[in-house]
Design a protein around this ligand. Structure first.
Ligand SMILES: *Cc1c(COP(=O)(O)O)cnc(C)c1O
Length: 231
């Protein structure tokens, strides 16, 4: 694990890069939230970031959330960013305020139903598999359009917007296409279904600046803050 000083330094640098990207994108100063992805790192790393002012953290496994959330200050906010198994929904709902990985209608329905049983109103992003990669979770665009009315009819689950994990591309700048495509797909859904989908969850350590230039409202940044995982 990096020292607390290094984590604080990294956070500052990321904030500065976020600010510069907002400016390049011609966007306001408050247009994007920074999520610190703390998966695989111990509670101490989260504490160091929290002491440097970070309040929003992301995890991809329910078990890790179950361990970390109770061990850390109560004012911190947690989001789930990894695939959610249906039998873990009830466990995760009290731990997170948003789920970025709503990747099927069936999962959305279960989150909606269990949210009702638990008396909570979950907030989710629809994960989109724009490139049709068979190895990845997420809605393919055509499927989502066909299922959108059903999704919008869910009474408990609030859909904040769309999320993407773009394919790794040899040239970073090529990823801009994926972010633009997600934004345009969102615009198309808004027009077609007469809804607002303001959230665009896009951008990780290697590409968050491009994502912000293209309209990201929340970036999920891990290694640029906490250092390389497993290294
Ligand atoms: C791990 C992860 C991130 C953060 O990745 P970094 O490259 O470390 O910034 C972002 N989003 C998702 C869905 C992840 O699983």
């Amino acid at each position: 694990m990096l020292t607390s000083e290094a984590i604080e330094r990294n956070l500052k640098a990321v904030h500065e890069r976020v600010r510069a990207a907002l400016e390049r994108g011609g966007r306001g100063e408050d247009g994007v939230r920074l999520m610190a992805v703390s998966k695989t790192w111990p509670a101490e790393a989260v504490e160091a970031a929290a002491e440097a002012g970070q309040t929003l953290f992301g995890e991809n496994r329910v078990q890790e959330l179950q361990e970390k959330v109770p061990a850390l200050p109560g004012h911190l906010e947690w989001h789930l960013i990894g695939h959610l198994q249906k039998n873990k929904i009830r466990k995760v709902l009290p731990l997170v305020s948003e789920i970025h990985s709503v990747d099927s209608l069936e999962l959305a329905r279960q989150i909606d139903r269990i949210g009702g049983e638990e008396g909570v109103h979950p907030v989710g992003y629809l994960e989109i598999n724009l490139a049709g990669e068979s190895t990845k979770y997420g809605f393919e665009p055509g499927t989502l359009e066909a299922q959108m009315e059903d999704l919008l009819g869910l009474s408990r689950l609030e859909i904040a917007g769309l999320m993407i994990i773009p394919p790794l591309r040899p040239e970073l700048e090529a990823t801009r296409r994926d972010f633009v495509a997600l934004r345009e797909f969102r615009d198309r859904l808004e027009a077609k279904f007469g809804v607002r989908l303001p959230g665009l969850s896009m951008g990780m350590s290697h590409d968050f600046e491009i994502a912000i230039e293209e309209g990201s409202t929340i970036v999920r940044v891990g290694s640029a803050i906490f250092g390389p995982r497993g290294g």
